[in-house]
Write a protein that binds this ligand. Structure first.
Ligand SMILES: Nc1ncnc2c1ncn2[C@@H]1O[C@H](COP(=O)(O)OP(=O)(O)OP(=O)(O)O)[C@@H](O)[C@H]1O
Ligand SMILES: [Mg+2]
Length: 410
């Protein structure tokens, strides 16, 4: 007779569960993890702590602006200081409140103010109230309770009406007889400050701090600490850590890339059932991490800049060839002017407003800074002096990533 269980397949998760892995705690090697220790950021931690310490003595700190390239630890450092502050004020029962806002998900003045108000009044939901009501409520929260509120605006460059937001908050703060609102703005867009209204600039940037990229030695130490907690003992080769640090240092000095390289290398080790993370797996990881980073960078560009990049990708696919004065040919090179024209046509197709040529130059400079394009000067002779532009990555990949973004937002 047949047993009842015969023919019943084993639960599909059983096999996964029984699989070996190189990780002891995989979450720790995720780039979203905020490490308890942040080597090489001691000075920054001290300086932010010092600046915010006014709130524990009932006075208003200066607003603060933090900038630096991607992956230099800005978010982790500020979150770490806020955690410490929260621990302290809970123990002492002080009237100090903090709120972390990622402006990528809250990209307007209204959304930022609403997020802060909800954080300070968790029992109420203010959705649907007018912008001025939300603003008044936020001010009276600070004023009526003599409360010191700290609002961290991470990726502040994503706020569409940042000038209005900063103006309202600093004017509101001036009106308060007691309590205060302090803003910490964070950005990896190095040209963001230049675009601000001078009034916004002076109120946001009362104090400033730059986070420099890490060098290979620093990245190696950061990775050593993370590896010890995230991987099983002895599975990650020392040379693999050095290689990941060297790759990240060479490309950008970015700790996120470094962490992601080891995370991905570990995942490959598990999938391929190798259970040792060595140099070859880091090399393998490099290709997919690079791609992931580029695609995520593209998704954060403003729409108009995405259109400029889209124009570059489209033109690149038509195999442009540039002939130098000495007769040499270079593939994939385009004139800045023809890209601008292609951009204008695209913007029309997408029914988007268009940017001026001054803004266009600014966007090109930024795309170059992010490493997405290469810009050279033609030298005299070709259409006078003009800038030559070349895409830094596979145009097909860039184009399809952009299509996902652009068709979503238009
Ligand atoms: N000093 C450090 N020690 C340990 N880990 C770090 C350090 N600095 C950065 N990291 C790690 O690098 C990754 C990226 O850091 P973080 O998100 O703080 O960078 P960021 O400067 O905010 O970058 P972005 O501008 O892209 O937002 C995280 O996984 C973080 O844990
Ligand atoms: Mg960040």
């Amino acid at each position: 007779m047949e047993s009842v269980n015969e023919g019943v397949a084993e639960n599909i998760f059983e096999k996964q569960f029984a699989k070996q892995t190189v990780f002891s705690n995989k979450d720790i090697i995720s780039p979203h993890h905020v490490p308890a220790k942040l080597p090489f950021r001691e000075k920054q931690i001290e300086s932010i702590t010092h600046n915010l310490s006014g709130v524990i003595n009932n006075s208003k700190p200066n607003n603060f602006f933090i900038y630096g390239k991607t992956g230099t630890g800005k978010t982790s450092t500020v979150k770490h200081v806020l955690d410490q502050l929260n621990e302290f004020i809970t123990k002492r029962q002080l009237s100090v409140y903090s709120c972390y806002v990622n402006c990528r998900s809250h990209p307007s003045k209204y959304k930022v103010l609403l997020k802060a108000l909800r954080a300070f009044n968790p029992e109420k939901d203010f959705l649907g109230y007018s912008s001025s009501f939300v603003y008044e409520k936020l001010l009276s929260f600070a004023g009526d309770n003599n409360a010191h509120a700290i609002i961290v605006l991470d990726e502040i460059d994503k706020v569409k009406d940042v000038d209005e937001l900063m103006y309202s908050l600093s004017r509101g703060n001036d009106e308060l007889n007691q309590g205060s609102i302090t803003i910490i703005g964070i950005s990896n867009n190095l040209t963001f400050k230049e675009k601000l209204d001078p009034r916004t600039k002076s109120s946001l940037c009362e104090r400033e701090m730059v986070f420099d990229p890490y060098n290979a030695t620093e990245l190696r130490e950061i990775l050593m600490e993370r590896t010890e907690l995230a991987f099983k003992e002895g599975v990650v080769k020392d040379t693999a850590i050095s290689l990941a640090a060297a790759i990240a240092a060479q490309e950008s000095g970015d700790a996120r890339t470094a962490v992601m390289l080891l995370q991905r290398a570990g995942e490959i080790a598990d999938i391929e059932e190798k259970y040792i993370v060595d140099d070859s797996l880091v090399e393998q990881a490099k290709v997919s991490v690079e791609e992931e980073i580029i695609l995520s960078m593209i998704s954060t560009l403003p729409q108009q800049q995405q259109l400029v990049l889209y124009a570059i990708a489209q033109l690149s696919l038509q195999n442009p060839t540039f002939t130098k004065i000495n007769g040499e040919e270079e593939k994939g090179v385009m004139f800045s002017g023809e890209i601008f024209e292609a951009y204008l046509r695209l913007a029309k197709e997408f029914d988007a407003r268009t940017i001026t040529s001054r803004w266009y130059r600014q966007y090109i400079n930024e795309l170059e800074m992010y490493g997405l394009i290469l810009v050279t000067n033609s030298g005299k002779g070709i259409k006078g002096q003009t800038r030559l532009i070349k895409l830094g990555f596979d145009p097909m990949k860039i184009k399809s990533a952009l299509e996902k973004e652009l068709f979503k937002s238009f």
